[in-house]
Design a protein. Structure first.
Length: 228
């Protein structure tokens, strides 16, 4: 089967009711990213950071995969699909996608502040001060904050480099190193971009744009692929 790699961002989950970051009404309009998503913010006010992610987790548990997530999972019948997502939600997995790589971590997991290799599932939506790892250190959300390394980036680059088809969905391609993954794709490989808004990708040419939301956009992509 041909290898189809999806690079997804917050817009993938917008139709499930989760807010994106940089659009009008996005999360970074309401919250200061340095306060809630950086090591400095964590040092300054752990409770605020935990509350921010608890809120996100609570919303995630109340929502469901959308048509776009489900259609991508169904594509596994015809393609070897790998999803590389910047999203910390688990909606791709819940839709049935079997290969999902989370570049920015996972909201429903915690990690030890003493040893980042100690990762645990979070039961329910709350992670609070006083929740400790087996070594007795405070647990934090298992998400990658600004200024931190992205451990999964090398694996993601290998996937993109081996792709026969790349599909970018719902990301403003603003955050590195994730946005740089496009540079690993072979020049002959078709690249599709699904987004209802314009996305500027410096230096990238020949991208086939489907200017639609994730649900309708993935349907259109499938129709195009069937016709090829
Ligand atoms: P952004 O908020 O930067 O971009 C969201 C994209 O989704 C935009 O291009 C929108 O036009 C598009 N969009 C909106 N509605 C859509 C829909 N219904 N269907 C498809 N696309 C839609 O989000 P990301 O690019 O994912 O990182 O942001 C990247 C990273 O920045 C996040 O992982 C997060 C954030 O700060 C960390 O917290 C480390």
């Amino acid at each position: 089967m041909k290898k189809l790699v999806v690079l997804s961002g917050a817009g993938m989950s917008a139709e499930s009711g989760l807010r994106t970051f940089r659009e009008m009404g996005g999360l970074w309009e309401e919250y200061d990213v340095q306060e809630v998503a950086s090591p400095g913010g964590w040092e300054k006010d752990r409770e605020l950071v935990l509350r921010f992610y608890n809120e996100r987790r609570k919303q995630l548990l109340e929502t469901h995969p959308n048509r776009g997530h489900i259609a991508l999972a169904e594509l596994e019948k015809d393609y070897d699909v790998s999803i590389v997502t910047q999203n910390v939600d688990d909606l791709h997995e819940r839709a049935g996608s079997s290969k999902v790589l989370h570049l920015h971590g996972e909201l429903r997991k915690s990690q030890s502040t003493a040893d980042s290799s100690l990762v645990y599932d979070i039961d329910g939506w709350e992670l609070n001060l006083g929740a400790l790892c087996e070594k007795g250190a405070q647990l934090r959300p298992n998400v990658v904050w600004f200024g931190e390394a992205v451990p999964a980036i090398e694996e993601a680059a290998v996937l993109v480099a081996a792709a026969d088809l790349l599909v970018i969905i719902g990301t403003s391609m603003n955050v590195y190193p994730a946005a740089g993954l496009i540079n690993y794709v072979s020049p002959s490989v078709p690249v599709y971009l699904i987004d209802p808004n314009e996305v500027s990708m410096a230096g990238s040419t020949g991208i086939r744009v489907i200017r639609k939301g994730a649900g309708e956009g993935v349907d259109e992509l499938i129709n195009i692929l069937k016709g090829e």
